[in-house]
Write a protein that binds this ligand. Structure first.
Ligand SMILES: Nc1ncnc2c1ncn2[C@@H]1O[C@H](COP(=O)(O)OP(=O)(O)OP(=O)(O)O)[C@@H](O)[C@H]1O
Length: 225
């Protein structure tokens, strides 16, 4: 699905990713973990840039439009499936089919707010579910998410993580919650200071290995750089 070697990414003179090699196959569910500033978002956005024709991206910044309704923000996920005239008319007077689909999707995400409600009036957790609904409404085979459940309570986060994984054949997610990474993903990748320091299957990742990864001691497995 995606394969690169010796990737280095910089912001002006700040090194974010250093000589990183990675291969991800179709069908894999990959969690990316690591301390703040390790380069997770930078790597994830690079992966999205390589996979964007078949991937839905749920970023931390969300890119929602405050002045539009909940319905229109979710509908944005389907803009590429329709011609411009359909999209413009739907902006003014929503068609019943997409309105029903978006309403149903929001209900599945426990986002029971009126479809006409402006984004500016929603809470942080509600906004995060709008961003998730928009990504799901793209109906892509690959889901790429940057801490997509961070504003939700643990039960809701678990429910939505299962839903997202069930609807995409492949997934790559940066996760703040390590227990989610351990229990729901086939493969766990760990970054530290822009380097790949951990790349294990779920079965291989023990609590000891995880604790070691987050400690400041030298890591038993050499970082790839
Ligand atoms: N737009 C930017 N301009 C300059 N430096 C940046 C920019 N974005 C990120 N960085 C730097 O690049 C490094 C990697 O950032 P990145 O956001 O990828 O880390 P992260 O692991 O996702 O962090 P977090 O968990 O806090 O979101 C950090 O040192 C960060 O300060």
């Amino acid at each position: 699905m995606v394969n690169f070697e010796d990737l280095t990414l910089k912001y002006t003179d700040k090194l974010a990713i250093s000589q990183l090699s990675l291969s991800i196959k179709h069908g894999e569910k990959v969690a990316i973990i690591g301390p703040s500033g390790a380069g997770k978002s930078t790597l994830l956005f690079h992966l999205y840039s390589l996979l964007k024709d078949n991937a839905a991206f749920c970023s931390q910044k969300q890119g929602l439009v405050d002045g539009l309704s909940t319905y229109h923000n979710v509908y944005m996920g389907s803009l590429a499936r329709h011609n411009w005239l359909y999209n413009v008319v739907n902006l003014v007077t929503p068609f019943s089919v997409p309105l029903g689909e978006v309403n149903g999707l929001c209900h599945e995400l426990s986002l029971d707010v009126p479809m006409a409600k402006l984004l500016a009036e929603l809470s942080g957790g509600q906004r995060q579910r709008v961003a998730l609904a928009r990504a799901l409404y793209q109906r892509q085979p690959i889901f790429i998410g940057d801490e997509p459940f961070s504003a939700l309570d643990p039960l809701m986060a678990e429910h939505l993580l299962k839903l997202v994984l069930a609807r995409h054949s492949s997934a790559i997610m940066v996760l703040h919650d390590k227990s989610q990474a351990l229990s729901h993903f086939d493969r766990i990748i760990g970054l530290r200071e822009g380097k790949l320091c951990l790349d294990v299957t779920q079965d291989e990742l023990t609590p000891e290995l995880l604790a070691h990864f987050y400690s400041h001691e030298s890591f038993p497995q050499p970082c790839n750089a």
